[in-house]
Design a binder for this molecule. Structure first.
Ligand code: HEM
Length: 301
């Protein structure tokens, strides 16, 4: 089975700080000493945590403190085993989740380690001190180691707090920018929706307010331009239709005139034909009369 991601990142941490097999062995050798010291070290810590103005609210009563202490003791034993395996990962993850749920700021959590470490270091040095003589030397050494450890932890806590505050400020800036963009988008959508509705109702004067924020101002200008062009085009079409209508009326009048004139011409043609008929008849009659007259004249000769 492949190594879990959590174990992999834990190994990277251990490797970075140099907790190798040898160091783990050292820890395991100290396991009994730690087990013998952790109880009183934690009493010292909980005394401070349950009276400090910032941390006392986390504990309801003595039983609550005792329960937290028992669980913390089990966790320290997990550390002292030096195995740093899945069980350790599970335990330390639970510790993180519990304190996050409580809303305990890292500064108090890290400060807690400073207090516990101070006690553990003192007791380890004392228990491991080679001779009964020179006790004062052991006290001096443990105080020196403890103050360095505490200063380092406090320094780490301070920088982590700044780090978290910076991240929080960045997160807030992003959230604020998003909220502002959402608002702008909402306002733009409202303005465009109103203009579209006006357009849908056939009102080509529909325009979007130029004063829209950010990129939406450009979109509004483009939209307004397009609708203005549409308005002009539709205006042109309307005036073309009017002139077509006028033209058609004129054509109609002209064709009526033409029809009338044709009718008149046909009538006068008819009259002409009739008149011609009459003339022809008269001519015929005249010719006939002339013929007869000629006959009469020749007969008379
Ligand atoms: C001022 C600092 C701290 C405060 C105020 C605090 C407070 C608490 C409280 C109130 C609980 C009990 C949660 C519940 O109601 O079940 C708890 C659980 C615990 N705390 Fe702390 N704690 C502090 C620091 C630490 C430190 C430095 C350690 C070091 C290992 C630690 C280890 C644990 C563990 C192992 C548990 C049990 C987690 C579980 O439920 O598995 N705490 N803590």
């Amino acid at each position: 089975m492949s190594e879990s991601n959590e174990i992999k990142t834990l190994r990277e941490r251990l490797d970075f700080i140099g907790i190798d097999a040898e160091s783990r062995g050292l820890l395991a050798e100290l396991r009994t000493t730690i087990a013998g010291s952790i109880g009183s070290a934690l009493d010292h810590f909980y005394k401070k945590a349950s009276t400090n103005a910032h941390t006392r609210r986390f504990f309801a009563d003595e039983r609550h403190i005792e329960s937290a202490k028992q669980r913390q003791m089990r966790h320290w034993d997990n550390i002292a085993k030096g195995t740093f395996d899945e069980t350790y990962v599970q335990g330390v993850s639970e510790v993180g989740k519990v304190h996050a749920r409580l809303g305990l700021e890292p500064r108090w959590y890290i400060g807690g380690y400073a207090l516990i470490l101070e006690q553990l270091i003192g007791q380890i040095v004392e228990r491991r001190w080679p001779s009964r003589f020179g006790r004062r030397g052991s006290e001096q050494l443990s105080r020196e180691i403890a103050v360095v450890a505490k200063a380092a932890l406090m320094d780490m806590d301070y920088a982590i707090s700044v780090y978290l505050e910076t991240l929080e400020a960045e997160r807030k800036a992003v959230a604020d920018a998003k909220a502002e963009a959402d608002q702008e988008q909402k306002a733009a959508l409202k303005a465009f929706a109103a203009a579209f509705k006006q357009l849908q109702d056939g009102d080509l004067r529909a325009r979007v307010d130029h004063g829209l924020p950010g990129d939406f101002a450009g979109m509004a200008a483009d939209y307004n331009n397009a609708v203005a062009q549409l308005e002009t085009a539709v205006g042109d079409v309307a005036s073309s239709i009017t002139s077509i209508r006028t033209g058609l009326g004129e054509i109609n009048t002209a064709s009526n005139d033409l029809a009338h004139r044709t009718e008149q011409q046909a009538a006068s043609l008819e009259e002409t034909v009739a008149a011609l008929g009459e003339v022809t008849q008269a001519v015929n009659e005249t010719a006939e009369g002339a013929g007869k007259a000629q006959q009469v004249a020749s007969g008379a000769r």
